[in-house]
Ligand binder design. Structure first.
Ligand code: C2E
Ligand code: MG
Ligand code: MG
Length: 831
């Protein structure tokens, strides 16, 4: 993740929770507020419904109450009529009886007259009621309303249905003393065919066997009841303004609190609006029902209000009783209620919001603290991680650098070198140039280490590296390949000649002296060069070829530059084959031993021989001894070959010359590597013992060089060998760093003057002086001096004159196979 993203993430961790909490709190408040509002509205609505319902219930109850009363009053009409009629008749009877009893002296006609006059004027039932008296035969005695029928019989009077009304009534009274009776009769002054029910009561007046009675139209009494009921309704009130109204079937107002409405039609005052009584269902007529209509606010006003009424019909009377209320009667109450509710809601809301604000603040603060803690910890982790990462990166870079560079000199190492050369080849291909891989090896660097110490050696390498860097072009590279080996890569060369010019500047580096720790060091280098494209187009193979020619160059002459070519390549192929074949040479019995006689100058007798190894291979033919011995030393088979030659030489010599005073001695060349090998002494001693040759017949030839390299190690081995009886010969004496101190300190028994001195003994004063000096030293140290490579009589004569002890060379014998040696006459000089 990029740094920018990390910063964004940190900000997100820090502020996102706070923002979320605030949004959440706002959301909750919004929901609560909305819910609150809705609830308030709902409660107002339900309150309105509730109030309206309650009011509806109330008006329904009032209407039902009044209707029940009316129904009750209806049932009472006949009863009232009967009671009153009976009561009146009882009163009349009492009056008559009183007159009769208080006038015993009077005649019946007088008393009859008194009674008639007393009862005639009496009126009741709102002035409609009167008494009548009939004799039991139907003759009228008195009639309060129609005096003209008095004295006349009404026995046959019938109602309009043909019933003998008086007859039936008198019969009932005769039977029971008193009786009610009903009949149907037109009203006086009204349509004679229209009948009205009448209820009458008669009571027998015993003294004269009369029937005193009265009768009344039921409808008239009912009218009275209706009037009374209407008055009662008119007075009926409830709540503050509640009243009931009564309509007839046509909508005419029969009763109303405001008298001015009485007699008007509801359809007119409700402005013909929605009140249609005829449309009222039967059920609603019986059970009652609600009506809604507009009605003027006040009598005669144009302003109307919606009114809700409950109406119920009284079927018998064809009345509609109702009461109602204005729809907006409760609005004010509801508005008040709404205000209260809103106030409550507001308070509730304030409580919730303040509580949620406090909570939000708390949670916000907590989350801010927490998120800050998390963010800062995250930040710390992040910076720690990025530090670690940077450290890792730099460690990786360092490791990468170390993996690709040499620790001591800081130059690229062989891994990077391969890359450099490969890239160089690509570059050369592209630019059509040539590329040189220049392998530089310091000469005798080991000596620098040995003489001045490893730290000086390291400093020298560093110094050389810095100097090498100064000669590089922009695309050139130099790397340290191994201990004292450097490889340059020059990828932008025009030709091999160009390479030679550049190599000169490498060589010039060594023209200077190196001053290290106050000491002046001089060193040189050998150089092997391979070129792209002539030698190879592969980095590894170019390095290998440069190495090969460097090796060759060093072998031939140190401090030279050698370019890879085909001749060298063939030599290398040959060397390779030599190596391959040499490994199996002993096994294949290809090694043989020749013996070159050594002649004692005093008597010119063959006194000893030098055993010289020969190798004849089926593919290679005869391989020069110097060559294969060097290869054997390099590839590690010298011990095997050395032991083979040693054993063979011991056996051969013992065969042709058994131990004894006249026996010939044998000199065997020992490689320094053999000498240094573990238990070399034990092994050759074992061979000597096995073969049975006398130890003091054997001289071991070692080269001077072995002493230079490892004198301390070699000294005890040589003493041991010498103590065992072996002779020790210093071979090739004069070619190395001859030190006279060796001759004193080491158990040397013989010095072999190198062939190169003998060669020049006749032509070079220096050589002859040297030979003379060596012979003199040998004589003074009591050492036998052998001259090898004696090829001419003159050389032999000169050596004899100098006092050399033994001579060896072609002048006398070439190295001979054992059978030739055996047939050679001992002491005879073949030359
Ligand atoms: P070296 O020990 O100095 O041996 C003498 C060499 O000189 C021999 O060569 C010999 O053939 C040669 N020589 C003798 N007389 C004359 C002469 O008059 N003129 C010339 N031009 N050469 C003469 P060779 O046999 O080729 O051996 C070469 C070297 O190989 C020896 O030098 C010795 O160092 C080494 N060598 C030979 N055989 C063995 C061996 O078995 N073991 C070891 N370690 N080295 C051996
Ligand atoms: Mg030798
Ligand atoms: Mg020699």
């Amino acid at each position: 993740m990029s740094l920018l993203n990390d910063i964004k993430l940190l900000r997100l961790i820090r502020y996102a929770p706070v923002v979320l909490i605030v949004i959440f709190a706002l959301g909750i408040n919004f929901v609560v507020l909305k819910d609150n509002r809705e609830k308030a509205q709902q409660s107002i609505d339900s309150l309105r419904d509730e109030v309206v319902d309650r009011q509806k219930d109330s008006i329904r109850q009032h209407v039902n109450l009044v209707v029940n009363e009316i129904l009750y009053q209806q049932t009472q009409t006949r009863k009232i009529l009967k009671e009153q009629a009976q009561q009146r008749v009882e009163e009349a009877h009492a009056i008559a009886m009183n007159i009769y009893q208080t006038n015993p002296d009077r005649s019946q006609s007088e008393i009859t007259s008194l009674i008639a006059e007393a009862l005639r004027p009496i009126r009741f039932f709102e002035g409609r009621g009167y008494f009548f008296i009939f004799q039991m035969d139907g003759t009228n005695v008195m009639h309060g309303l129609r005096p003209e029928i008095e004295g006349k019989s009404a026995w046959n009077s019938q109602d309009i249905r043909g019933t003998y009304i008086l007859r039936e009534h008198i019969q009932l009274v005769e039977q029971k003393g008193e009786a009610f009776y009903q009949w149907w009769y037109p009203k006086p002054g009204e349509d004679k065919n229209k009948e009205f029910e009448k209820v009458g009561f008669g009571k027998r007046f015993e003294p004269y066997n009369w029937m005193i009675g009265t009768g009344e139209y039921l409808s008239d009494v009912e009218s009275d009841v209706k009037k009374k009921v209407l008055d009662w309704i008119n007075d009926y009130g409830y709540d503050e303004r509640g009243f009931l109204f009564v309509l007839d079937r046509n909508g005419k107002i029969l009763s109303h609190r405001d008298d001015r409405y009485v007699g008007l039609n509801i359809a007119d005052i409700s402005m013909g609006a929605r009140l249609d009584l005829n449309s009222m269902t039967y059920e609603s007529k019986n059970e009652g029902g609600f009506l809604q209509f507009d009605i003027p606010v006040n009598y005669g006003s144009n302003q109307t209000k919606e009114k809700v009424s409950f109406v119920k019909s009284i079927n018998k009377w064809e009345w509609i009783v109702g009461t109602g209320f204005y729809a907006d009667d409760f609005e004010e109450y509801l508005v008040q209620k709404q205000i209260v509710l809103e106030e409550q809601n507001h308070q509730e809301f304030v409580k919730i919001t303040s509580l949620s604000a406090v909570l939000t603040m708390l949670v916000t603060a907590m989350s801010l603290i927490l998120s800050n803690m998390i963010a800062s910890r995250f930040g710390k982790f992040q910076s720690r991680i990025s530090n670690d990462f940077h450290e890792l990166e730099s460690a990786k870079d360092r490791m990468q650098y170390m993996a690709l560079h040499d620790a001591l000199t800081g130059l690229p190492n062989r891994v990077l070198l391969l890359e450099d050369i490969s890239q160089g080849i690509e570059l050369a291909k592209k630019n059509k140039t040539e590329l040189a891989v220049v392998f530089v090896d310091l000469d005798d660097f080991k000596k620098v280490n040995d003489l001045y110490g490893h730290s000086s050696g390291d400093k020298l390498l560093e110094l050389i590296s810095r100097k090498f860097e100064t000669i590089l072009g922009p695309m050139d590279t130099v790397s340290r390949f191994g201990g004292d080996e450097f490889i340059f890569c020059f990828p932008e060369l025009r030709s091999a000649e160009h390479a030679r010019d550049i190599i000169k500047s490498i060589r010039q580096v060594f023209d200077d002296q190196f001053v290290i720790d106050g000491k002046i060091l001089v060193t040189n280098c050998s150089i092997g060069v391979s070129m792209y494209p002539s030698d190879s187009d592969d980095a590894e193979s170019l390095i290998r070829k440069a190495d090969i020619v460097l090796y060759k160059s060093k072998a031939i002459h140190k401090g030279e530059v050698m370019f890879f070519n085909h001749t060298i390549n063939e030599q290398i192929q040959y060397d390779y084959m030599v190596e391959e074949e040499l490994r199996r040479a002993v096994y294949k019995n290809e090694i043989s031993v020749l013996y070159q006689p050594q002649i004692d100058v005093k008597n010119e007798k063959l006194v000893s021989v030098e055993a010289l190894a020969r190798w004849s291979n089926e593919r290679l033919g005869m391989v020069p001894t110097v060559k294969f011995i060097a290869v054997a030393e390099r590839i590690g088979v010298i011990d095997e070959i050395g032991h083979f030659v040693f054993r063979r030489a011991c056996e051969d010599i013992l065969t042709i010359s058994p131990n004894g005073t006249e026996c010939i001695d044998v000199s065997i060349n020992i490689s320094p590597i053999q000498l240094m090998a573990q238990d070399f002494v034990g092994e050759i001693l074992a061979i000597v013992d096995e073969v049975g040759i006398s130890v003091n017949r054997i001289t071991l030839e070692i080269t001077e060089n072995v002493l230079i390299d490892d004198v301390d190690k070699v000294t005890p081995i040589l003493h041991h060998l010498r103590n065992l009886g072996f002779g020790i010969s210093l071979d090739d004496f004069g070619t190395g760093y001859s030190s006279l101190s060796y001759l004193n300190n080491l158990p040397i028994t013989e010095i072999k003057i190198d062939r190169c001195f003998v060669d020049k003994i006749l032509v070079s004063d220096q050589s002859s002086t040297l030979i003379k000096a060596i012979i003199a030293i040998g004589a003074s140290c009591d050492l036998q001096v052998v001259a090898e490579g004696v090829e001419t009589k003159e050389q032999h004569v000169r050596l004899v004159s100098y006092g050399c002890n033994l001579v060896q060379g072609y002048y006398f014998d070439r190295p001979l196979p054992i059978d030739k040696l055996a047939s050679r006459e001992v002491g005879q000089v073949s030359a």
